[in-house]
Design a protein. Structure first.
Length: 364
């Protein structure tokens, strides 16, 4: 929903009712993952996508029906359905889409949700998708409290606890509990969607490759920070797409930056006076990815210097160096694609090999 949040906020400010369709479950090669959203306003305007074009036409009709009736509906699309080919889901996947009406009466908590999303504040939305006749009830969990209800006090408490755990790890998916909140039962199905601030990408080295990396980092949804000690190079004019441009020595800036398990670090300076003191700190952070630019000779020299600084072999193993996947990249833009591909593969467990040579699931 993040991609369409600004439009949805504008609709609510203008008093426009709409139906919000969210993918809550997928199987096999579904084109979009849980959390993908599409909205249909009472004016007929549409924003977002749940399948990349496969089922949007059919889902539009469901959304109009939900707006008319005021009642949520869970729609299922898949190759086993008689109308699957008719709606265009020919990729072999299946998906469940929950469609709910959004207005002050049906979804009063929505204003709180969209405000948090646009403000970069963590928020989780738990929505009943099965187990009771009345699906669509909402529970909104933030760092300061819980609003809404799923219809039962103990149920609310149990789901709120589960949602807090999923929000802390940034996970989205379906959880199960008993109708009265008993953990060992699974009568109730609840879709929990976590909205967390964007992960950070720290790019060190104000070079032409860094300009391309900041652009692709923004495209992938990162909050991108460019850092270099040289003020003549680290300028907003040279890096207009970076969220922040910092003039500082990298090893002095890193301890002041927020680095967590979702952070990726790209060290592009390939200069030992910058790299060694920075990497000595970086390998001891919880960052998900630490990529370092340079030739194989540069890498060997750099690792020798780091060993001399007391960096262990286990810490050295955290470095992706030379940085990126083997795409035979030449230009800064091609190199940025190779770096982004490595980050994506590491994040989701991809192999980096051509899909045409594999038989595993595409989305796993």
């Amino acid at each position: 929903m993040k991609e369409i949040a600004e439009t949805l906020a504008a609709w609510r400010r203008d008093g426009v009712r709409f139906a919000l369709a969210t993918v809550v479950a997928t199987w096999k090669s579904a084109p979009r993952q849980p959390g993908a959203a599409m909205a249909v306003a009472e004016t007929g305007e549409v924003v977002g996508s749940v399948s990349g074009g496969c089922v949007e036409g059919a889902l539009y009709e469901v959304a109009i029906e939900v707006l008319t009736s005021g009642r949520p509906r869970l729609a299922h699309y898949g190759v086993s359905d008689d109308d699957a080919f008719g709606v265009g889901l020919t990729c072999g996947g299946m998906l469940d889409v929950l469609v709910v009406p959004v207005d002050d009466q049906a979804y009063p908590e929505f204003a709180e949700v969209v405000t948090a999303v646009l403000g970069g504040e963590p928020v989780a939305v738990a929505t009943v998708t099965g187990g009771v006749p009345e699906i669509g009830g909402h529970l909104v969990v933030t760092g300061t409290g819980v609003t809404g209800t799923l219809g039962h006090e103990r149920r609310d408490a149990a789901v709120a606890e589960l949602a807090r755990g999923m929000l802390a790890s940034g996970r989205t998916g379906v959880v199960h509990t008993g109708l009265e909140g008993r953990r060992r039962e699974d009568d109730l199905s609840v879709f929990v969607q976590s909205f967390t601030p964007p992960p950070r990408m720290l790019v060190f080295g104000a070079i032409d490759f860094a300009a391309a990396v900041t652009r692709i980092g923004k495209f992938l949804g990162y909050h991108v920070i460019l850092c270099d000690a040289r003020p003549v190079f680290a300028t907003r004019k040279r890096f207009p797409e970076a969220d922040d441009v910092v003039v500082d020595w990298p090893h002095r800036f890193l301890p002041k930056a927020e680095v967590d398990e979702r952070t990726v670090i790209c060290v592009l300076t390939h200069d030992p006076k910058f790299d060694v003191p920075l990497l000595k700190l970086a390998v001891r952070t919880p960052a998900r990815y630490i990529g370092v630019m340079g030739s194989r000779r540069t890498h060997e020299d750099r690792t020798a210097r780091l060993r001399a600084e007391g960096v262990t072999e286990a810490e050295l193993a955290r470095l992706s160096s030379p940085i990126g996947l083997d795409l035979c990249a030449r230009t800064p833009e091609e190199t940025a694609v190779a770096i982004a591909a490595e980050i994506i593969a590491l994040t989701w467990g991809g192999t980096g090999v051509r899909l045409s040579t594999t038989t595993t699931a595409i989305h796993r």
